[in-house]
Design a protein around this ligand. Structure first.
Ligand SMILES: [Fe+2]
Ligand SMILES: [Fe+2]
Length: 133
């Protein structure tokens, strides 16, 4: 399981694109870990590595949206909050119940959801607005 960056994910905003690439990178590091020797500590560490960057990235976008009075800020922010909430739930599950296949599945689904729909539906629109305002 690997997330491969392609130009179709490009929003045209340099910083945002750079951060999206790093998010793919960190998601891949997590999935790579799950393919190797089971090591609970490593799973927790790499998932935390991913989640902390997701939070940082969302903060960057929200700051950019505020700066230009983006009219769709509230809805976009809500999407972020929901994604973080789901990721944190997965993270807590991992800490409490240990690693299992459903953790990979739900993390995969989350990154896919974020990757396919969030970038395409929300981030591109936001980047376009920033460029013109
Ligand atoms: Fe976003
Ligand atoms: Fe984003």
């Amino acid at each position: 399981l690997r997330f491969i960056w392609s130009d179709s994910f490009q929003t045209g905003h340099n910083l945002i694109d750079k951060q999206h690439k790093e998010l793919f990178n960190r998601a891949n590091i997590f999935f790579e870990t799950t393919e190797n020797i089971p090591d609970e500590e490593q799973y927790i560490e790499t998932l935390n590595f991913l989640v902390s960057y997701v939070k940082e990235h969302f903060k960057t976008e929200e700051d950019l949206m505020k700066e230009c009075n983006y009219p769709l800020l509230a809805g976009h922010k809500k999407e972020h909050e929901e994604l973080v909430k789901k990721l944190v739930t997965t993270y807590k599950e991992l800490i409490k119940g240990g690693f299992n296949e459903s953790i990979i599945e739900s993390t995969n689904a989350l990154v896919q959801e974020w990757y396919v729909s969030h970038i395409n539906m929300h981030d591109k629109k936001m980047a376009e607005f920033i460029k013109n305002n």
